[in-house]
Design a binder for this molecule. Structure first.
Ligand SMILES: [Zn+2]
Length: 93
């Protein structure tokens, strides 16, 4: 019996479920946003990002893309995920 693949796959699913519920709690349903702009969750998992940090990164990534798509991205920095005219300092994606 070789369950190697299943054993390897299970932790990612568990991890992703935690990311999903973290995103749900801030009203950012993973599946909806992932359809619009694909965030590389597998990469975050592979480099050991915690579920809450991955959720935060995905949130920033999606806002950045949406702001750009609506031409409302920050005009001060190309790598800032906050909307144009935001208060305070720029925050990189
Ligand atoms: Zn900015």
């Amino acid at each position: 019996m070789d369950n190697g693949t299943e054993i390897m796959a299970a932790p990612y699913e568990t991890w992703l479920n935690e990311v999903r519920s973290a995103l749900q709690s801030i009203n950012m349903p993973l599946e909806d946003w992932q359809q619009a702009w694909s965030f590389d969750f597998l990469h975050e998992y592979q480099i050991g990002t915690s579920p809450s940090a991955a959720a935060e990164r995905a949130n920033r990534f999606w806002w950045h893309r949406q702001n750009k798509a609506r031409n409302q991205d920050c005009s001060r920095s190309d790598n800032c995920w906050l909307p144009r005219g935001h208060q305070g300092e720029c925050q990189p994606v």
